[in-house]
Design a protein around this ligand. Structure first.
Ligand SMILES: C[S@@+](CC[C@H](N)C(=O)[O-])C[C@H]1O[C@@H](n2cnc3c(N)ncnc32)[C@H](O)[C@@H]1O
Length: 325
């Protein structure tokens, strides 16, 4: 079954005009390809992000200082998988960091940046960072709840970053059943994983694994639920397809793949002011691929069964698919 609970207006477009191959998208790409302009935009993106966050109660600089320590930096070697090679699409600037996700600053700022991202969803309401984060996570968790397998033993959070998505997912699922759940966080950035491990001070997550979601070392059919939370917009389409194929291998029969990410049909995203969509594109190198990619069709093509796509908040959609074999 394929359904969409969106309430599309007659003029609804499937994607923003600033992404893809429209003249506007090409113009923005030309601006970004100009080195001096790109440098300015990167700096501007960073300033906007930090300013908005601090204005709304996010303790950006304090939190970075609290998280950083010699012990944290020393844990990098232990958590890193030395045999891993990084795909080309990953070794480009992301989020205004020249080294993308492969640096300490990106990992130390991921927590305040994630809080800021949730606040932007409800920017006209004066929510605290914690309340905005809870709303963001619960809208996704409520959408997947009706489709969850009856009992869950093993969960994988792909692209777990510093573990915020992993923690919310694990805690929520664990309240639904008494049997213990083993949850694993997987990410390509050992810096993010080092911070995730440090934040998980009670060890509620079974394992933080450094790996590429396109080809993991997990056994066939080892998970009941796999989530991809805010990961797809960071991927070119061939990587997304490879990850879906790998997730199909890892899911047990009846298992669920649950995705949440930017909604190309969101009127908020489609109508972002030019300054914001240029900034967004300058910090998210795979935006054109993401906004023009048919996720649902690809899920079905790799052999998963798309169940539902739901706009779960003003900016994001949740996409749910099942392993039917
Ligand atoms: C925006 S963050 C996700 C944040 C997190 N899931 C949350 O909801 O708060 C995207 C993450 O995906 C990871 N990632 C990107 N490509 C990946 C791949 N091929 N395999 C594993 N992780 C990947 C990045 O390192 C980054 O930490």
């Amino acid at each position: 079954m394929t359904s969409t609970s969106a309430n599309p207006s007659k003029n609804q477009s499937n994607k923003p005009a600033w992404a893809g191959d429209d003249w506007l998208a090409r113009l923005v790409n030309q601006l970004i390809a100009t080195p001096l302009l790109y440098r300015l935009m990167k700096q501007q993106a960073r300033r906007v992000l930090i300013k908005t966050a601090e204005k709304n109660g996010v303790r950006w600089r304090d939190r970075v200082a609290e998280l950083d320590s010699e012990q944290l930096r020393a844990s990098l070697a232990e958590i890193s998988n030395p045999d891993l090679s990084y795909p080309d699409y990953y070794q480009v600037p992301f989020h205004a960091y020249d080294a993308g996700n492969l640096c300490w600053l990106a990992a130390l700022e991921a927590e305040p940046a994630t809080q800021s991202m949730a606040l932007r969803v409800w920017k006209d309401e004066s929510l605290s960072p914690d309340v905005a984060q809870q709303r963001l996570r619960h809208s996704f968790l409520e959408a997947i709840a009706p489709h969850l397998p009856q009992t869950i033993e093993n969960v994988l959070d792909v692209g777990c970053s510093i573990g915020i998505s992993t923690e919310f997912l694990h805690r929520n699922l664990q309240t639904r059943q008494s049997q213990p759940i083993q949850t694993v966080g997987l990410d390509l950035s050992p810096y993010m994983l080092a911070v995730a491990q440090q934040r998980d001070s009670t060890g509620q997550i079974s394992q933080w694994v450094h790996g590429n979601a396109e080809a993991t070392d997990f056994r066939d059919r080892s998970f009941d639920l796999i989530s991809l939370q805010f990961v797809l917009h960071e991927l070119p389409r061939q990587a997304t397809t490879a990850i879906f194929q790998e997730m199909r291998r890892l899911l047990r029969p009846g298992g669920l793949l649950a995705i949440v990410d930017n909604n190309p049909k969101s009127s908020v995203i489609q109508n972002l002011p030019p300054a914001l969509f240029v900034l967004m594109k300058s910090t998210e190198p795979w935006s054109d691929d993401y906004y023009t990619f048919n996720v649902e069709e690809t899920l079905n093509q790799v052999g998963l069964s798309h169940i539902e796509t739901i706009p779960t908040d003003p900016r994001h959609r949740t996409i749910i698919a099942r392993q039917v074999d």
